[in-house]
Design a protein around this ligand. Structure first.
Ligand code: ADP
Length: 294
């Protein structure tokens, strides 16, 4: 049986319908996985494939999409099922036809993201580890944000970098920065429900102009870490930020913390791709230490 027949059978079983798709339609655009559209006359599904060993990544993605959907804030594709067949793992979710946004749609995204961030937990972390890009992202529950960020975000990526042989200088700066975390993160944030990987490539707009977010690395953390990432690769436009701040203003000191939060993603890129990201991470660390005069 082909993997497509296996997935079609799984969809039929989950939906209680007789799903008979035509040829899978390959979709471009994914960074990590193979994406296809699987449809018949009545149903249309979005399917991502990877190696069988990556099943837990898709299981965590499905849990993340469910949590985000539960916040009733920004629309997300609803996951249907995950599994493995023919040496591959897969996730099946609602197919949403995505198009360009508008200024008012971007403002709606900002307002709805603030609403999502009002969904909160008792501690920082999440129900399981997940994946950021192709790197493991640990999410053990922790009552203290500084400890969480130091150990499970910055410290984890620095340890990965050491394992990847990324330089003494980076490690020395990293050690100083880990010690400086209490001074940099003295604002006592609340554990907000985060998408976790919210760059421009993971936000779109449905046919009604409603914002849609997908491909999450969900956890409960400081909402500023989410806003910081939206600014990392190009920004979401003035209307988005005005609407977010109108709904829930950011705390003073965000500008400095933004660099610390985005350092996590730049270190992750350094770990995944090397090259110029290593130098970029070092410059960000020097800037942060300079602001503290360390
Ligand atoms: P990857 O995990 O490989 O990064 P994504 O989840 O980002 O893949 O999906 C790849 C692209 O497919 C996205 O950039 C988006 O354009 C589109 N896409 C994502 N989710 C859906 C969906 N549920 N329905 C339709 N298109 C989607």
């Amino acid at each position: 049986m082909s993997i497509w027949q296996h997935i079609a059978n799984h969809i039929s079983a989950e939906t209680g319908t007789d799903f008979c798709p035509g040829e899978p339609h390959s979709l471009g655009g994914g960074c990590i996985n193979t994406a296809v559209q699987l449809s018949d006359q009545d149903q249309c599904w979005f399917v991502k494939l990877n190696q069988a060993a990556r099943l837990s990544m898709f299981e965590a993605e499905a849990l993340g999409l469910r949590d985000l959907a539960g916040a009733n804030a920004i629309r997300v594709p609803l996951p249907l099922c995950t599994g493995t067949a023919q040496g591959q793992s897969y996730i099946v979710m609602e197919y949403i036809s995505l198009g360009a946004g508008s200024r008012s749609a971007a403002a709606r995204a900002g307002e709805q993201l603030a609403q999502q961030h009002r969904q909160q937990a008792e501690a920082f972390g999440w129900q399981c580890d997940n994946t950021i890009g192709s790197t493991r992202q640990p999410n053990h529950w922790c009552p203290d944000w500084i400890t969480f960020w130091r150990e499970q975000r910055l410290g984890f990526q620095l340890a990965e970098a050491a394992g990847n042989g990324l330089g003494n200088h980076l490690q020395q700066l990293g050690e100083k920065l880990l010690q400086a975390c209490p001074a940099l993160l003295d604002h006592q944030p609340q554990p907000s429900l985060l998408h976790g990987d919210l760059w421009g490539g993971n936000l779109g707009y449905d046919e009604q102009g409603q914002p849609v977010i997908y491909d999450p690395a969900t956890y409960y953390g400081d909402r500023e870490a989410e806003i910081a990432m939206t600014e990392l690769f190009g920004g979401f436009g003035a209307d988005f930020y005005a609407a977010y701040n109108n709904a829930w203003p950011l705390d003073a000191g965000y500008a400095t913390r933004k660099t610390l939060y985005n350092l996590y993603h730049i270190l992750n890129h350094a770990n995944m791709f090397g090259g110029g990201y290593v130098g970029q991470a070092q410059r960000m660390m020097e800037q942060l230490l300079g602001e503290l005069r360390l």
